[in-house]
Design a protein around this ligand. Structure first.
Ligand SMILES: [Zn+2]
Length: 80
């Protein structure tokens, strides 16, 4: 069952609620009773994705090799 983090805008009370996704979100603050509760993104380490390596693929190589083609030699039709 997922855990949701909530925070009350009225009294700044933060709390967690675990309820099924099908259940409606909490609207009322358990501390002050104000309906100023909003759901915040959980910062818990439930879904920890730590990629230490370089998992970044460079963009597609440009026709001119990315060397600053300013001479129209990229092979683009009508541009030369
Ligand atoms: Zn409150």
């Amino acid at each position: 069952m997922p855990i949701y983090d909530y925070k009350c805008d009225a009294c700044q009370h933060a709390f967690e609620e675990n309820h099924p996704m099908s259940a409606p979100p909490v609207r009322q603050c358990p501390a002050c009773g104000a309906e100023k509760v909003r759901k915040i993104l959980s910062t818990g380490g439930i879904v920890g994705s730590t990629k230490g390596g370089q998992d970044f693929s460079p963009p597609a190589a440009s026709p001119c090799g990315g060397g600053g083609c300013g001479s129209g030699m990229c092979g683009m039709p009508g541009m030369g």
